[in-house]
Design a protein around this ligand. Structure first.
Ligand code: DQA
Length: 147
């Protein structure tokens, strides 16, 4: 059974309250519950971690690197400048799918660049909470094709 790490970065713990016009009104707990349900139906399991701290995200990636088969990550604002997070993800050699609730390309110019995208298998932006489910489906299908 495929085990997948679902990581969320800074401020994503406030989903539901934070700029609902941009990020929607669904909370992170609700997204994680929907992901768990979908994972079960796909025959996969997920581990969900959220942190506001770059070092904790990196420690978590290193800790899970040998155990999981892929990573889904919404790096929050770290997307745009964290080479340390990028290096940690690249170091795992696992397939990575980057998810953004909002369409970062339709927002402020500083959000248009992702330093994570070039080391990712795929990238989803602008589909709200559904992006996480689509990422999970794509990752499980990709992992099955590898076997
Ligand atoms: C985000 C987009 C980032 O620019 C922002 O800093 C976030 C959330 C998104 O999900 O749309 O925290 O990653």
């Amino acid at each position: 059974m495929a085990e997948i790490l679902v990581l969320n970065g800074p401020n994503l713990n406030t989903l539901g309250k934070r700029d609902p016009g941009i990020y929607g009104s669904v909370t992170l707990e609700q997204i994680q519950a929907r992901l768990r349900e979908r994972a079960a139906s796909l025959g996969a399991t997920i581990e969900c971690v959220q942190s506001n701290h770059e070092g904790v995200l990196i420690d978590t990636i290193q800790q899970y690197a040998e155990r999981v088969e892929g990573i889904i990550i919404n790096p929050g604002a770290f997307t745009h400048y964290s080479y340390a997070l990028r290096d940690a993800l690249a170091g795992t050699r696992l397939p990575i799918i980057e998810v953004h609730l909002s369409n970062i390309y339709a927002r402020e110019p500083f959000r248009h660049e992702s330093v994570i995208a070039p080391i990712s298998y795929g990238h989803i932006a602008g589909l709200g909470w559904r992006g996480y489910l689509l990422a999970l489906e794509a990752l499980v299908a990709f992992l099955q094709e590898q076997k």
